[in-house]
Design a protein around this ligand. Structure first.
Ligand code: SF4
Length: 488
């Protein structure tokens, strides 16, 4: 380091921190920001052997829980023990002030029903009755200024190593090929499970309708899978023959009107949408008002849709617009089968399926995310690569495998499995991210190369993590790994 230069960077950083939210202009101390309190809790930068609730009970934190960046409590799956009680698992909410509980509406929000501990900055405000509360301000393991500086460090951003699962060392000790095989086998279990589900459904409603339901569920992601399934049950391939728009030669418009109308998403007032969207919404209503009376009992209540925390491109409006393009092609299930039996190598088959499922040009939806958003300059296809991957591994390949299995066609079953194994990685999500951190460590992103690898990890989470808790109580996965290792 060149000593002739003054030490400026450290000073800039300190001054930046001091100008931040932790100090008020008059110099009187303000509470630290919630982001710092969350980091303190996440990394347990606390005098852990001196913790007490505001009502004076000793408190042991057996696991701080997993940081939740979506809606709901800040930490999920924590394990804590209050004096004189057995340990219990639940969620932890971190707020600057105890009044934040009512102030943020947590007391009426069912998502907060599993909160077992409210963590606040100061003990000044009394906790609500029956809700254990702990104050951080007198339990920090370092002065606040030092923690503020730490917050900007790599260490504060890193996944806390103490939160790793008990299986971490055993998995890390396995040869790479053994670990890959383990994940592959788990992926295969998941694949066959999905294929069995679609086959059971096909026995009830037929193959094409079962495909529509699984594809719609995938479009609904985690939160909107059920309303999407309901729409597919109502109008999936074979369930509805088409109406007025089809007779007018505008099948895509007809399906978009029908799906958005059945979803309860068509704005009643044109003034509720931007001027640039009104012509399109009026055309949707031209179709929907003619059909609506026949569907009155089937229209979904708006409350069954989850719209928060989603990327604009994944908004249900846009997903329904894409599904309408599919339904406007009654022969699409047959086209998917034809694509499959063609037997192209994976490198050609994968883009070919994307081409098959991509919507044709759509003047309105190519440049908009919702009925209420303004147009963007750059067109964006209705189906992206990550969603295609989700559709392939969760819906289309299991459906094709189930059909091949029902027909006892070994070759086609093998083909579905080979495509499944080769499909590129899909979208990352919170469950996958947490599983990687807990089970495999930060460098595992490279190891999970395909969508099947991601599916295998998710299956391990379902089979083991979901049956245990944050401290891995009762999980026999580590023992099974050790047993596998001892057998060589
Ligand atoms: S619950 Fe089991 S599988 Fe999950 S992280 Fe803990 S030891 Fe691993």
């Amino acid at each position: 380091m060149n000593r002739s230069w003054p030490e400026f960077y450290r000073r800039w950083r300190r001054e930046g921190l001091e100008a931040g939210a932790c100090r008020e202009a008059g110099g009187s101390p303000a509470p630290p920001p919630e982001r710092l309190l969350q980091a303190v809790w996440r990394h347990q930068r606390l005098l852990r052997d001196r913790l007490r609730t505001l009502d004076g009970r000793r408190l042991r934190i057996l696991h701080p829980g997993f940081h939740n960046v979506e809606a709901g409590p800040d930490f999920q799956g924590a394990v804590v023990q209050f004096e004189g009680e057995p340990a219990r698992a639940g969620d932890v909410e971190v707020d600057v002030a105890a009044s934040g509980w009512e102030g943020h509406g947590h007391h009426t929000n069912p998502a907060y029903g599993r909160v077992i501990l409210h963590v606040v900055w100061e003990p000044a405000a009394a906790a609500g009755p029956g809700r254990p509360t702990m104050a951080l301000c007198e339990s920090l393991d370092a002065p606040l200024e030092e923690l503020e500086e730490w917050l900007g460090s790599e260490a504060a951003r890193r996944w806390p190593e103490e939160c790793r699962g008990r299986c971490f060392d055993a998995l890390g000790g396995m040869a790479a090929e053994g670990r890959r095989e383990l994940i592959r086998q788990a992926a295969r279990v998941r694949f066959e499970g999905k294929a069995r589900e679609v086959r059971a459904r096909a026995r009830q409603v037929g193959w094409d309708a079962a495909l529509a339901e699984t594809m719609f569920r995938v479009l609904g992601y985690k939160h909107n899978a059920w309303p999407m399934q309901r729409l597919a049950e109502l109008v999936g391939w074979g369930a509805f023959e088409g109406g007025v728009a089809e007779a007018m030669g505008e099948p895509v418009l007809g399906w978009q009107a029908r799906l958005l109308g059945l979803a309860g998403m068509l704005p009643e007032e044109l003034s509720a949408v931007p001027a640039g969207s009104r012509r399109y919404v009026r055309r949707l209503w031209d179709v929907w008002w003619r059909e609506r009376s026949g569907w009155l009992e089937a229209i979904l209540p708006s409350a069954c849709w989850h719209r928060h925390g989603q990327r604009p491109a994944n908004h249900p409006h846009r997903r329904l617009a894409l599904a309408a393009h599919w339904l406007a092609r009654p022969g699409l299930p047959g086209e998917i089968e034809a694509w499959f039996v063609l037997g192209q190598p994976a490198a050609e088959a994968i883009p070919a399926l994307g081409h098959l499922l991509q919507a044709g040009p759509d003047e309105f939806w190519d440049v908009r995310c919702t009925l209420r958003s303004r147009g963007r300059g750059e067109p964006q296809p209705l189906l992206g690569g990550a969603r295609l991957s989700g559709l392939a591994v969760n819906a289309i390949l299991p459906w094709l495998w189930a059909r091949a299995d029902a027909g006892r066609n070994e070759a086609l079953r093998g083909r579905a499995e080979a495509l499944y194994a080769a499909w590129p990685k899909g979208e990352d999500n919170r469950v996958l991210g947490l599983a990687r951190d807990r089970l495999l460590g930060p460098s595992s992103g490279r190891e999970l190369r395909t969508a099947a690898d991601q599916q295998g990890l998710l299956q391990i989470v379902r089979d083991f993590c979901d049956r245990s808790n944050a401290i891995c109580a009762g999980c026999d996965f580590p023992a099974r790994l050790r047993e596998l290792e001892s057998r060589g």
